[in-house]
Structures are given as structure tokens and as C-alpha cells.
Design a protein around this ligand. Structure first.
Ligand SMILES: Cc1cc2nc3c(=O)[nH]c(=O)nc-3n(C[C@H](O)[C@H](O)[C@H](O)COP(=O)(O)OP(=O)(O)OC[C@H]3O[C@@H](n4cnc5c(N)ncnc54)[C@H](O)[C@@H]3O)c2cc1C
Length: 325
């Protein structure tokens, strides 16, 4: 019989990502309610040494596939390796991150395992022994509760929403053979072009400074970048700025961009159309800087600064520089 709460942990360049600790801690909570154990799958090359860290967040057993074919993430290799161990051990629940990688991997994995999945969840609980996952629907206009009838019950969890709780436990590391067959490896990574800014990925960022059409043009973006740098934030954008070619598509927040949930979201010259709001409304604190006091985004903002971005942002930079040395 299927049992145990499992997670697929995420690492990049040999370091576990914060979201892995968030899903590990959530898995621990669910497992305690079910009276069962937490296991993690960790895949990569040369990553065995980082596996015990997951134990601190409540993982009892970490299944590690340390294989040269898993050095760089590919959907084929990671989904095949994960499916192999999940089929063999039959967990009852399988959680992944709703990160860029997690979304890609989970959609292939759910097909391979022929089960169902609730995506981008903001709450997960156990009711009558089943996983009940809450997720936004219709571009965030309402929330739905999903119960997966297949096995394992899969869910992807939105980064920055679930707390990472250290409980100081040590996890047992178990190696598993990824057993990758040549026909399963259809993708070959030729080159990885890294973002040299060193900024945290938008989906995991704790602070985001986002610019919209009110920035007027790319020549005004250095002030957004400077504010982000001073605050240790990641730069985001509305679709209007992306469509105008001022920012890359990877910066877009919203229904057709990234869904973010930072502690602080600063919207600079963004009107707050429903498609943008769908991507950032779960931010803990929202600051809107807009010349229009009636901009729709002000209705969901915690703080509103009515003024022109060209004047307000340099003042903020000056203030933070002076007060955060
Ligand atoms: C299917 C679909 C999917 C979409 N997906 C997305 C998505 O993922 N993300 C997204 O963002 N949009 C998305 N959109 C587009 C969305 O509807 C809006 O067009 C877009 O969000 C508007 O961007 P904006 O707020 O930057 O621009 P605008 O709506 O033009 O707003 C500009 C704002 O700047 C203010 N402003 C002007 N000058 C200044 C100044 N000097 N200082 C301060 N404020 C100033 C104005 O008062 C205004 O509020 C989508 C649309 C569709 C149809």
C-alpha cells in the first residue's frame, strides 16, 4: 500500500534551493498528521554531500541519484530518474516546488506516473487521510480545493508561501541508481547561459522591484536596478514593459509571466490590470508608486506613494543608502 510523504528536492550548482526546505517542512507537517515518514529525492552530479541538510527540515530519508547524466537539469533525465524510484517505493503523497524547474519536471512526472496533480498550491492539508490542496483559479479570482484520486497524490507548492522550519533532525542518505536508459535521454544540453546579475530568481525572491509602462522607457530602468540592488531585490516587469522591449520576457510577472510571492513587492508605474495582479497578489506587502492616485493597483497595495517614479525612486534609493549601512 502506498505510504509516506515524499518531496523532490531542488538544487542548483550543488546548493539546495530555499524552496526545497519549504516543501520539506510542509511534508513533515503532513507526515506527522498521517503518522508516517518523509522522504526526499535529490538528483544531480556531485551532490551527495548536501543531502543531509534536508534532514534538518524534517526529512527522514534522502534518496540520492548522483549521476553524471544528471549534472545539468533536463526534463527527460530528471523525470526518468524520479519516476524510477517513485514507482519502486510507492509514496502516498509527492510534493514538488512550483518553481520554473518544478513546473517543468512535475508535468512530465505526473504523466509518467499516470496520476493527478494540484499545481501552484498555496495551502495543503490532510482531511480523512487525503491530501487537500488549495490553489488559485481563474487568474486568482477565486481559490479551489483539489483532491487527487490517483496515486501518488501530487502537488506543486508555490515558493515563499510555506514556512521552512528547522527541527535539527538528521536524515538517512540512501543512494539509488537512476537507471537511465539511452532512449530516455533525448535532450542534450549544449550550453548553459547564466544570468550574471547574481539576483535571486523572481519566483523565489523575497523582495521584487517591478517596473511598468509608467517607467516611460528603458533609459529609466537604471533607477529600478539601483533600488533593487540597494534592497537586495530582484527586478520584475509588467507585460507592457516586456512587450515594449524594455525588459526580457523572463522578468514578466503575471498571468502569462511568473507568479511571485515575495515579502515585499514594489510596483513602479504599473496600473494593476487583472493579468498583472494574478501574478503578484500573494505578496505579503505591496507598495505602489503611481502618478495616478486612482490606479487600480492602489486598491490592493498596503502603501501607496502618489508621485512620478523618476522623482520618488531616487529619493527612496537615497533614503535606504543613508539608513541601511
Ligand atoms: C491574455 C493576456 C495576458 C496578459 N498577461 C499579462 C501578464 O502576465 N503580466 C502583465 O503585467 N500584464 C499582462 N497582460 C497585459 C495587461 O492587461 C496590461 O496591459 C499590462 O499589465 C499593463 O502594464 P502596465 O501596468 O505597465 O501599463 P499601463 O496599464 O499602461 O499602466 C501604466 C501606469 O503607469 C502610471 N504612470 C504613468 N506615468 C507615470 C510616472 N511618471 N510615474 C508613476 N506612474 C506613472 C499610470 O498612471 C499607469 O497606472 C495580459 C493581457 C492579456 C490580454
Amino acid at each position: 500500500m502506498a505510504q509516506g510523504v515524499w518531496i523532490i528536492a531542488e538544487q542548483r550548482d550543488g546548493a539546495l534551493r530555499k524552496v526545497s526546505f519549504e516543501i520539506a517542512s510542509t511534508a513533515r507537517r503532513l507526515a506527522d498528521e498521517l503518522g508516517t515518514e518523509v522522504s526526499a529525492v535529490l538528483m544531480g552530479s556531485g551532490i551527495e554531500g548536501i543531502a543531509p541538510e534536508l534532514g534538518k527540515y524534517g526529512v527522514d530519508r534522502i534518496f540520492v541519484a548522483d549521476d553524471a547524466a544528471l549534472e545539468t537539469y533536463t526534463t527527460d533525465a530528471y523525470a526518468a530518474a524520479a519516476a524510477h524510484v517513485v514507482r519502486e517505493k510507492e509514496p502516498a503523497i509527492l510534493l514538488l516546488a512550483a518553481s520554473v524547474q518544478g513546473k517543468d519536471l512535475s508535468s512530465r512526472l505526473v504523466g509518467k506516473l499516470a496520476t493527478g496533480m494540484a499545481t501552484d498550491c498555496v495551502e495543503v492539508n490532510i482531511t480523512d487521510g487525503h491530501l487537500v490542496a488549495k490553489r488559485p483559479m481563474y487568474a486568482g479570482k477565486c481559490y479551489g480545493e483539489i483532491v487527487v484520486s490517483g496515486s501518488p497524490q501530487m502537488a506543486s507548492l508555490r515558493p515563499n508561501v510555506f514556512p521552512a522550519v528547522e527541527n535539527q533532525k538528521a536524515g538517512e542518505v540512501v543512494k539509488f541508481d537512476a537507471a537511465l536508459k539511452a532512449e530516455e535521454l533525448k535532450t542534450k544540453v549544449l550550453e548553459v547561459q547564466k544570468d550574471e546579475s547574481g539576483a535571486v530568481d523572481l519566483t523565489e525572491a523575497e523582495i521584487i522591484v517591478s517596473g511598468g509602462r509608467g517607467m516611460k522607457g528603458p533609459e529609466n530602468y537604471p533607477i529600478i536596478e539601483e533600488l533593487a540592488q540597494v534592497l537586495g531585490a530582484t527586478v520584475g516587469a509588467s507585460r507592457a514593459s516586456v512587450d515594449a522591449g524594455w525588459r526580457p520576457q523572463s522578468d514578466q510577472v503575471g498571468q502569462t509571466g511568473k507568479v511571485v510571492s515575495p515579502n515585499l513587492y514594489i510596483a513602479c508605474g504599473i496600473s494593476g490590470q487583472i493579468q498583472h495582479i494574478a501574478g503578484m497578489q500573494d505578496s505579503s506587502i505591496i507598495i505602489s508608486i503611481n502618478s495616478d492616485p486612482n490606479a487600480p493597483i492602489n486598491a490592493i497595495a498596503d502603501y501607496v506613494i502618489t508621485g512620478e517614479v523618476e522623482k520618488v525612486i531616487p529619493k527612496m534609493i537615497k533614503y535606504y543608502k543613508k539608513n541601511t549601512k
